[in-house]
Write a protein that binds this ligand. Structure first.
Ligand SMILES: Nc1nc2c(ncn2[C@@H]2O[C@H](COP(=O)(O)OP(=O)(O)OP(=O)(O)O)[C@@H](O)[C@H]2O)c(=O)[nH]1
Ligand SMILES: [Mg+2]
Length: 284
């Protein structure tokens, strides 16, 4: 079964992509937010060539939901490629203070360089990009200390780009979340669906939840057992989901397990970090 409906790529994303490409000309820095649970799948392959000549900063966001040891491996991976990287919870004050200092020092360095070359005191502009629901607007609100950017626990909240002034010399651009039309591997689409980056209406929640349970039973069996009180997890996803539905009392008339409800709830609990801290991908 295909997890996505055919022709799922929304027209507004194609349009947003064009606008982002144009705006890239105006910015000195790109802050790329990745989901710390799936750094590889949340990297937009369409964009890597566009970061040429820009300061590129990787932010592993929602690190509070990720496995700390694996986050460290990802940080080392980017550092080894000389890419500035931070791992944060965008809702944590201490994390945000650190990342703010880090960004200001990068921006200052760039400003000094431009002043030396051109004799002007330029405002440094940074574009915040990333997949839907990764936390771009939350990150901007935390950095500016205001809640001007609209946020929400669903993908597709930010519809248009918007500039935010952080200091007289540093501005951030919020952008709509972007995906790309074709995933190289099915697993990329699945991982994006697990973390809630793909709209619920265009995925097959049952299929996604089956695959999620099977993957978790391999990678994080104890978390799965504990959260859903399962004894035997070496079974197929649909059997696991049926047992979860029965255990939680989600039944349809006639006492049949309500698989659709259970699928949505399991995915919601993962997206909300309730199941526990996981990282589903490693840098090698
Ligand atoms: N636990 C946790 N939640 C976060 C973090 N960052 C953002 N969130 C939550 O993630 C959800 C999505 O945040 P947004 O800031 O709206 O995400 P976005 O990337 O702007 O999404 P779009 O505009 O739809 O592309 C919200 O419920 C935030 O509260 C984080 O680091 N940790
Ligand atoms: Mg947003």
């Amino acid at each position: 079964m295909n997890i996505l409906s055919i022709n799922w790529y929304p027209g507004h994303m194609a349009k947003a992509k064009r606008l982002i490409r144009e705006d890239l000309k105006l910015v000195d820095m790109v802050i790329e937010l990745l989901d710390a649970r799936i750094p590889s799948s949340s990297t937009n392959p369409d964009f890597s060539s566009l970061y040429h000549n820009k300061i590129r900063v990787i932010v592993l966001n929602k690190a509070d939901y990720a496995d700390p040891d694996k986050t460290k491996k990802w940080q080392d991976h980017y550092q080894n490629q000389n890419m500035p990287v931070v791992a944060i919870n965008a809702l944590n004050k201490k994390d945000i203070n650190n990342v703010r200092k880090f960004l200001f020092s990068l921006a200052d360095e760039k400003r000094k360089q431009i002043r030396k070359q051109k004799g002007i005191n330029k405002t440094i502009r940074a574009m915040v990009v990333g997949i839907p629901n990764v936390g771009k607007s939350t990150f901007i609100n935390s950095i500016t200390g205001k809640s001007k950017a609209k946020t929400g626990d669903r993908p597709g909240i930010t519809k248009v780009k918007q500039w935010f002034r952080v200091t007289p010399y540093f501005e951030l651009l919020d952008t709509p979340g972007l995906l790309w039309p074709k995933f190289e591997e099915e697993l990329i689409g699945l991982h994006l669906a697990y973390v809630g980056s793909i709209k619920e209406e265009i995925i097959q929640p049952e299929e996604v939840a089956f695959r999620f349970l099977e993957e978790m039973s391999e990678s994080y069996p104890d978390l799965l057992k504990t959260r859903f009180q399962l004894n035997h997890i070496d079974r197929e996803g649909h059997e696991l989901l049926a047992e979860i539905a029965v255990k939680r009392g989600w039944l349809q008339s006639g006492g049949i397990a309500d698989i659709e409800r259970a699928a949505k709830q399991v995915l919601y609990e993962y997206q909300a970090g309730i199941i526990g801290r996981t990282t589903l991908e490693l840098p090698y």
